[in-house]
Design a binder for this molecule. Structure first.
Ligand SMILES: Cc1cc2nc3c(=O)[nH]c(=O)nc-3n(C[C@H](O)[C@H](O)[C@H](O)COP(=O)(O)OP(=O)(O)OC[C@H]3O[C@@H](n4cnc5c(N)ncnc54)[C@H](O)[C@@H]3O)c2cc1C
Length: 426
């Protein structure tokens, strides 16, 4: 028996393991499995929810597992797959176990219905994921009526709790997750009156947009911002403003779903005093997932808000392997050191943001870029000072979608040279 529901455990003040993983989403579970497969004896995963699996647990639609498992499955099935594989690999899974902070001697403070305990480990992997910014964080003024969700909250209500969520919904955002919200709303019998985005076009696959228009007759309102919510005790209207001329449009709806606009769950990284990346808002990492503190690693959407689950899982698997090597040879980690990677204005962020060792490739041998702009056939160029390390034309850039950069140029980086800079030449 290697699963522990904290509610069923008696008082236990101090627990020692080799590696503790915070977060039982795809990245944390894949890392824990890799650690056990590499022979690390005691690996514990701490998860605040009552079951392991992370976000896919409440995404009932299909589309999970393509790159990591080489098959397509629904979110809950994918989550079960990883939870079962972790158990089978001998990972200790502790659910209903919220990590609330760090103890003075470097342990993790864990709160659960059974009480408080501290977990000490040689290495800590932060795999706490990311969440969507809600209405307050997006500074949308107006009445505080009911019927306001993020996609995550919506899917928990619909798929995990079977709740009725309203009858007419507006979806804020037009990226992959926004279309996932439309699917959930339709599944719950809710009419979707529109998707609204501040950008000039949607940022998902054309087929999702086409299907939403054809099947559900849902219009896409581009170049518009939600400026007010009206209605109490329940939402009755959303007020949109057209960004081009300031004209306002009142949309009757009793439900609004704020989608995308991700922020990493970075509280533990921040309170550990890790160097943070001002662009992703996650910890700064190198290709091995090393943060600025020895023995603390990070993986998954905490580091790249957000990628798909298979990318998070492959990243976790990669960092799990790194940690196993580090346990055997602690000189192999270059925490905080190395050459920084910067991005030009057309790019929002890059992950990883530091080259610790030019011999270490990132997960899948690629860096992940996030564009700020739409562009067709732009050039991407990587420089270190005056030296061009790499350049290539890419098919297109789309905000909210990844652009992958092969890491073949890493070996040419001068470890004593200036920052590496990635630019888009449109
Ligand atoms: C609506 C929606 C639809 C999606 N659809 C798809 C899709 O079709 N295909 C696809 O591949 N991907 C999809 N994704 C993306 C995918 O779910 C994520 O990429 C993936 O879950 C990221 O894995 P992760 O391990 O980094 O983070 P998460 O899955 O977010 O897991 C992080 C875990 O950490 C736990 N945690 C956080 N803080 C603490 C703490 N202090 N103590 C204890 N536990 C903590 C959380 O409870 C959570 O379980 C979708 C995402 C959303 C929101």
């Amino acid at each position: 028996m290697n699963e522990r529901n904290e509610a069923a455990v008696g008082e236990r003040v101090r627990h020692e393991v080799d590696v503790v993983v915070v977060g039982a989403g795809p990245s944390g579970l894949a890392a824990a499995i890799a650690l056990r497969q590499a022979g690390v004896a005691r690996v514990e995963v701490l998860e605040r929810e009552s079951a392991a699996g992370g976000i896919p647990r409440h995404c009932a639609h299909t589309g999970y597992g393509v790159r990591d498992l080489r098959r397509v499955m629904s979110g809950p099935r994918y989550a079960r797959h990883y939870a079962q594989a972790a158990r089978a690999a001998g990972v200790e899974l502790s659910t209903t176990a919220m990590v609330t902070g760090w103890s003075a001697d470097g342990g993790l403070e864990v709160s659960s219905p059974a009480g408080l305990r501290t977990v000490h480990a040689s290495a800590v992997l932060l795999a706490t994921g990311a969440r969507e910014r809600g209405r307050a964080a997006r500074w949308v003024p107006g009445d505080r009526g009911e019927g306001v969700y993020t996609t995550g909250q919506l899917q928990q209500e619909v798929y995990l709790r079977g709740q009725q969520v309203g009858s007419r919904a507006l979806v804020v955002g037009a990226e992959h997750v926004s279309f996932s919200a439309v699917t959930t709303l339709r599944h719950a019998g809710v009419e979707v009156v529109g998707l609204t985005t501040e950008l000039p076009q949607h940022q998902s696959y054309a087929v999702f947009n086409f299907a939403t228009r054809m099947l559900y007759k849902t219009p896409l309102l581009t170049g518009t911002r939600v400026v007010e919510l009206r209605g109490r005790p329940r939402l009755t209207h959303a007020v949109l403003m057209r960004l081009s001329d300031g004209r306002q449009l009142t949309v009757p709806c009793d439900t609004i779903v704020f989608t995308g606009d991700w922020i990493p769950d970075h509280e533990l990284a921040r309170t550990a005093g890790l160097q943070m990346d001002p662009a992703t808002l996650g910890p700064t990492i190198d290709a091995t997932g090393s943060t600025s503190r020895p023995g603390i690693f990070a993986a998954g959407n905490l580091c790249h808000p957000v990628e798909t689950a298979d990318v998070a899982a492959l990243g976790g698997r990669h960092v799990g392997g790194v940690i196993a090597r580090w346990l055997a040879d602690r000189s192999s980690q270059v925490a905080g050191a190395g050459v920084p990677i910067e991005v030009g204005e057309a790019l929002a962020w890059v992950s990883p943001q530091r080259i610790g060792s030019t011999a270490e490739l990132p997960a899948r041998g690629r860096l992940i870029l996030r564009p700020r702009v739409f562009a067709t056939l732009p050039w991407i160029r990587v420089n270190q000072g005056e030296r061009v390390l790499w350049q290539r034309q890419v098919p297109k850039l789309i905000p909210s979608r990844p652009t992958l950069l092969p890491a073949t140029w890493l070996a040419r980086v001068d470890p004593h040279g200036p920052a590496v800079r990635i630019e888009v030449l449109v």
